[in-house]
Ligand binder design. Structure first.
Ligand code: NDP
Ligand code: OXD
Length: 309
């Protein structure tokens, strides 16, 4: 019998205690799933930030820590973690992110806020350009960024994507590295950040890089709050260099009530809801990784500790 410890915020247990067992059964795995296994007996940890485990030292026989989140910045630097760490790539989460990004891109592109917040008797005959006239740049072309890029390209937006390694994606202009970043941002009218937070990406949008998009460009950040220098963004919003920011993630979450983002007329705050891991689809990924672990096969979505994602 394989012993899997579920260590995530209390509120997640109900859904996962229902979704995981059928996923294990489907792969013929005999798994004893519990929140109470003694650390020394655990084969796998199914983990999310905010749960009871933060010291991984006692999990001496654990073969892997399987994270339910896509972003692993809060665990990857944990010095007690010596076990292999996987991140979540979940079709349900990806679909949710595509919907969030496409929704807010279209809201921005069509200028919907003018009408939603302008029911004041003024006939605003603003005609937006067509999508083909609105260059969009995605920072990050991983599981989420590449799916969003493809969806936006299908809608006709000229999409540029930026990543660490070179990529070839039909219909997308792809760029890499430091010069590629400047090229990717220059002239963009909508910038979307789907990078992981690492030592290389922290504050990647700062006073210098925020000056590169087209004047009045919109920013959509469902990546991580610390990708952006908050003070530089506020200055860019106040000067008009950035016309609108839709922010889902923040340096401190929940975003403190007195943070200037809440009151800024050009900022939309969403409370880290862009895309949630979906238990029904994510459980299949967890089960497949346990199967692989037991079979001695490479784990899916293994985190590179050196790179931090
Ligand atoms: P992936 O690891 O699949 O993709 C990360 C992308 O970022 C890759 O294209 C990678 O390049 C690129 N990248 C990383 N470091 C650099 C760098 N230094 N320079 C250039 N490119 C870089 O992650 P996901 O797509 O699954 O997720 C992205 C992030 O989205 C998560 O880390 C998390 O922070 C956030 N997220 C937010 C959610 C929300 O609800 N707000 C939900 C889920 C995730 P390469 O391809 O070359 O490796
Ligand atoms: C994640 C997130 O990383 O929800 O999965 O932000």
């Amino acid at each position: 019998m394989i012993r899997a410890l579920f260590t995530a915020p209390e509120t997640r247990w109900d859904a996962y205690s229902r979704a995981l067992p059928p996923a294990f059964d489907a792969l013929g795995l005999r798994v004893d799933l519990s929140r109470d296994h003694a650390p020394g007996t655990v084969d796998y940890l199914i983990y999310a930030p905010g749960g009871p485990v933060s010291d991984f030292t006692p999990f001496l026989r654990a073969k892997a820590v399987l994270c339910l989140w896509a972003g692993v910045e809060s665990i990857v630097t944990n010095a007690t973690l010596t076990q292999p760490l996987t991140r979540m790539v979940d079709p349900g989460l990806t679909q949710g992110m595509v919907e969030y990004v496409v929704g807010h891109t279209l809201r921005t592109h069509l200028g919907m806020d003018r009408h939603l917040f302008g029911q004041d008797g003024v006939w605003r005959d603003y005609i937006p350009p067509l999508s083909s006239e609105r260059p969009v740049t995605l920072l990050g072309l991983g599981a989420l960024g590449s799916a969003c890029a493809a969806a936006l390209a299908t809608l006709g937006f000229p999409v540029t994507g930026w990543s660490r390694n070179p990529k070839s994606i039909p219909g997308i202009r792809t760029l890499q590295g430091a010069p590629g970043l400047r090229q990717a941002l220059t002239g963009a009218q909508i910038v979307i950040t789907l990078l992981p937070l690492t030592r290389d990406t922290a504050n990647i949008l700062n006073a210098d890089t925020l000056s590169l998009p087209a004047p009045g460009a919109a920013l959509i950040n469902p990546g991580r709050g610390s990708l952006i220098d908050d003070a530089a963004l506020l200055a860019a919003l106040d000067s008009g260099q950035i016309g609108q920011a839709t922010l889902d993630v923040f340096r401190t979450e929940p975003l403190p009530a007195d943070h200037p983002f809440w009151a800024h007329p050009q900022v939309t705050v969403t409370p880290h809801i862009a895309a949630d891991t979906r238990p029904s689809t994510a459980s299949l990924v967890i089960a497949e990784n346990i199967r692989r672990g037991e079979a001695g096969e490479p784990l899916l979505n293994l985190v590179d500790r050196r790179l931090g994602y």
